[in-house]
Write a protein that binds this ligand. Structure first.
Ligand code: CAA
Length: 240
């Protein structure tokens, strides 16, 4: 098929599963990462997927990184904005820096990832954008005012992009994962995590591959009329 896919935060957690699923589906994949060189090089050795280092919170770095990917692999047809961080704290304790770090990475990072690839998608009359949102952007979450704001924002972004891209053959959709067995969720204190799992009707955390399969569908040709939508994959924790 020869299509090129970019996955930000694509060498660990949900992003790594997405990179692998897209490679298995025949895409040439570029996995972006921000800082963990060791994990990125291990991921690359294991999967044969090329990794590219830049900070999605930095527009110029994103633009330069994307230009490098396109010079190496060809024009990006599929952009998966997955990179994200948490800086959880109850609101009365949340610092302006915790707010800003999460907004810069999770929300501005989506702009910085899609904006440089958008003109090419319009010109070629084809594009697939997927933004990884969260159940917590749909329902809110104690200690995540910053994170939930960005994840709700993702839904507004894809609904708006969908309206702009539809006549150019571009779709933009969000996937809202519930609690998935990744380092991010494992960093939640064990007692709190157990309490969260007890509130998931499926009775378990999701697997990264269960999110990757949603993404693989959304970027496929079969999903051309699915645009501006949200797929929730959360074990029935929340009906969004
Ligand atoms: N609902 C209601 N009350 C809660 C609560 C909740 N979900 N979680 C904690 N509380 C209460 C505690 O019972 C405690 O009450 P008391 O003061 O009466 O004892 C109080 O809030 C905790 O206050 P602390 O001052 O002790 O809190 P802290 O500053 O130590 O912060 C925390 C602890 C950061 C909130 C920690 O509990 C935590 O990490 N919680 C999990 C938050 C969460 O779910 N994050 C999701 C991460 S995974 C992810 O984001 C991926 C995704 O997309 C799903």
């Amino acid at each position: 098929m020869g299509r090129v896919a970019l996955v930000t935060g694509g060498s660990r957690g949900i992003g790594a599963a997405i990179s692998k699923a897209l490679k298995d589906a025949g895409y040439t994949v570029a996995a972006n990462y921000a800082g963990n060189d060791e994990a990125a090089s291990k991921f690359s050795d294991e999967t044969g997927i090329k990794t590219y280092k830049w900070n999605v919170a930095d527009y110029d770095a994103s633009k330069a990184g994307i230009a490098k990917v396109e010079a190496d692999l060809g024009p990006i047809d599929v952009a998966v904005a997955n990179a994200g961080i948490t800086r959880d704290a109850p609101f009365h304790k949340m610092t302006p820096d915790q707010w800003k770090q999460v907004i810069d990475t999770n929300l501005t990072g989506v702009f910085n990832t899609i904006h440089p690839v958008w003109p090419g998608m319009r010109e070629r009359k084809f594009g697939r954008v997927v933004v990884i949102s969260s159940v917590n952007g749909q329902k809110g979450q104690f200690a995540q005012v910053n994170y939930a704001a960005t994840k709700s924002g993702d839904i507004g972004i894809v609904r708006s992009l969908a309206q702009e891209g539809a006549r150019f053959g571009i779709t933009a959709n969000a996937v809202c994962p519930g609690y998935i067995a990744t380092e991010m969720v494992m960093a939640v204190p064990e007692k709190v995590r157990e309490q969260i799992i007890s509130g998931i009707p499926a009775g378990r955390l999701g697997e990264p591959e269960e999110i990757a399969r949603c993404v693989a569908f959304l970027v496929s040709d079969d999903a051309g009329f699915v645009n501006g939508s949200t797929i929730s994959a959360n074990g029935a924790q929340f009906f969004g």
